[in-house]
Design a protein around this ligand. Structure first.
Ligand SMILES: NC(=O)c1ccc[n+]([C@@H]2O[C@H](COP(=O)([O-])OP(=O)(O)OC[C@H]3O[C@@H](n4cnc5c(N)ncnc54)[C@H](O)[C@@H]3O)[C@@H](O)[C@H]2O)c1
Ligand SMILES: [Zn+2]
Ligand SMILES: [Zn+2]
Length: 345
């Protein structure tokens, strides 16, 4: 089968690989129909993810059809259409029983990281019963690819952890796919203001179309002052970090109102300063989270009912054979305007 393989920092290739086989009774083999590329795949390609060894097939998002199941799988059978979650979970260990699937003792974020992933014609999914989700008849498969990772990430790490509430004020720093997924799902709770901040005017334009009440290009260093003006001098109840660099976490510390929450989503590769000399008396909370995907079934219903339309995030489409072009377009998002690229097998 064809697969996109990480070959070490800066290197990737399309390779011919053997079709995966069932290794454990809980495994399923899924024939991938649609997959996509995540900003995290770019982090891996830069060599920032130590757990991902050269030779690994990348990808942790996808939709497909069950090709075979191990003897222990009871919830799925050959021919079932399924959504592959970016998080694999056994459902039985202590962390899974707390709903913290991202920390599953024998799972977590392993697909396209510690085991071969979804940017291939087939993928082996461990703990299939509790890591795959059935796709309702008539669903838009491309839309559901957004449910593998970005929608639950924006919703759980940003909206839920950030305690977005009716009438509240929210700032989302970063208008990439994750920031935009956060913007879409924050609107479940009808906050009064959602201010989106980025350096890329094209992405800010998308944020306005997706429901941002205001957008700010922070290139001039005035974003915090502008947010203060927009919020009557208070700052925001929820400041969501959706980039993953020190500058944007720092900005969140300048934006948060007394009593507010800084909800970090970004994957940070370097040390970040925490300004307790100012914030110690500010009654704030700071949250961090690796997406657990506990909200996936709920989000699937909101997509099915048309409450949110994640296909609006799809900007480009490629065949698996053109995945190197897809990486190129996705990697030059500022020039190409790429948000999510759909790759079909
Ligand atoms: N916590 C989790 O479980 C989880 C899951 C998935 C992704 N992530 C992380 O979420 C982050 C966002 O993902 P994405 O795919 O949207 O990334 P992305 O790179 O597509 O988007 C980041 C956005 O930040 C903007 N930006 C960069 N520097 C900025 C600055 N100084 N000020 C304002 N804006 C700036 C960029 O223009 C871009 O639009 C990444 O760090 C990703 O690894 C975390
Ligand atoms: Zn991802
Ligand atoms: Zn577990």
């Amino acid at each position: 089968m064809k697969a996109l393989v990480y070959r070490g920092p800066g290197l990737k290739a399309i390779e011919d690989r053997p079709k995966p086989e069932i290794q454990k009774p809980g495994d399923a083999i899924v024939k991938i129909e649609f997959t996509t590329i995540c900003g995290t795949d770019l982090h891996i390609l830069k060599g920032h993810v130590a757990t991902c060894a050269p030779g690994r097939i990348l990808g942790h998002e996808g939709v497909g059809v069950v090709d075979s199941v191990g003897a222990g799988v009871t919830a799925f059978r050959k021919g079932d259409r399924v959504l592959v979650s970016c998080i694999s979970s056994c459902g039985k260990c202590e962390d899974c029983r707390r709903g913290m699937y991202s920390h599953c003792k024998t799972g977590g974020w392993i697909l396209g990281n510690e085991i071969d992933g979804t940017q291939a014609e087939y993928v082996r999914t461990p703990h299939a019963d509790t890591s795959l989700y059935p796709i309702p008849a008539g669903a838009d498969d491309e839309a559901l690819v957004m449910l593998s990772d970005i929608l639950p990430t924006g919703f759980e790490c940003g909206v839920l952890n950030g305690k977005v509430a009716p009438g509240s004020t929210v700032a989302i720093v970063g208008s990439g796919p994750i920031g935009l997924a956060t913007l879409l799902t924050a609107q479940f709770y009808s906050p009064a203001q959602i201010i989106v901040i980025d350096l890329d005017d094209k992405r800010l334009e998308v944020a306005r179309r997706f429901g941002a009440t205001a957008t700010i290009n922070s290139a001039d260093g005035q974003a915090a002052a502008t947010v203060k003006t927009l919020t009557g001098g208070r700052g925001v109840d929820t400041a969501i970090e959706a980039v993953g660099i020190p500058a944007t976490f720092s900005l969140c510390q300048d934006l948060v109102a007394a009593g507010g929450v800084i909800a970090n989503i970004g994957v940070h590769g370097e040390k970040v300063d925490l300004h307790l000399e100012r914030l110690w008396s500010h009654n704030i909370s700071i949250t961090t989270r690796l997406v657990d995907t506990v909200s996936t079934p709920m989000l699937l219903k909101t997509v099915q009912s048309g409450k949110i339309d994640p296909t609006r995030l799809i900007t480009h489409r490629f065949k698996l054979g053109q995945i190197l072009d897809a990486y190129d377009v996705f990697g030059r998002a500022t020039e190409t305007g790429a948000l999510k690229v759909i790759i079909s097998t």
